[in-house]
Design a protein around this ligand. Structure first.
Ligand SMILES: [Zn+2]
Ligand SMILES: [Zn+2]
Length: 119
């Protein structure tokens, strides 16, 4: 009789469906929604399939300066926000499918987060 203890897969105690690892701490049965503490059942196999990214998210560790860097890369334009009159807006452009219509410019106000389009 083969025991599947070492396979690293977890099965629902109620219906026998293979559990899905929802987080690093909790596994859930997709059928009956029974959850189990992953600690009970987790083994090294699974621990290694969880990416470093998942663990960081799980632990709530944010990447250093990731957000700030994103912001710095956004193009800005001297244009007043139509809501709060903030003089500089972040913008992105997108070419519409039809060449006749040209491109649409999306503006986001960094001050009040107001979004509007032009084009
Ligand atoms: Zn189940
Ligand atoms: Zn604004």
């Amino acid at each position: 009789m083969k025991k599947s203890r070492e396979s690293g897969f977890l099965f629902c105690g109620l219906c026998g469906t293979m559990l899905i690892l929802k987080t690093t701490k909790c596994a859930e049965c997709p059928l009956c929604k029974t959850t189990r503490n992953a600690k009970d059942i987790i083994d090294k196999n699974i621990a290694y399939t969880v990416s470093a990214e998942d663990i960081r998210r799980e632990l709530g560790i944010s990447l250093f300066g990731e957000k700030a860097q994103e912001d710095a890369e956004l193009p800005k334009i001297k244009k007043a926000c139509e809501k709060c009159q903030h003089p500089e807006l972040v913008y992105t452009t997108r070419q519409t499918r039809s060449a006749d219509e040209g491109q649409t410019t999306y503006y986001t106000c960094p001050n009040c987060s107001h979004r509007f389009t032009e084009g």
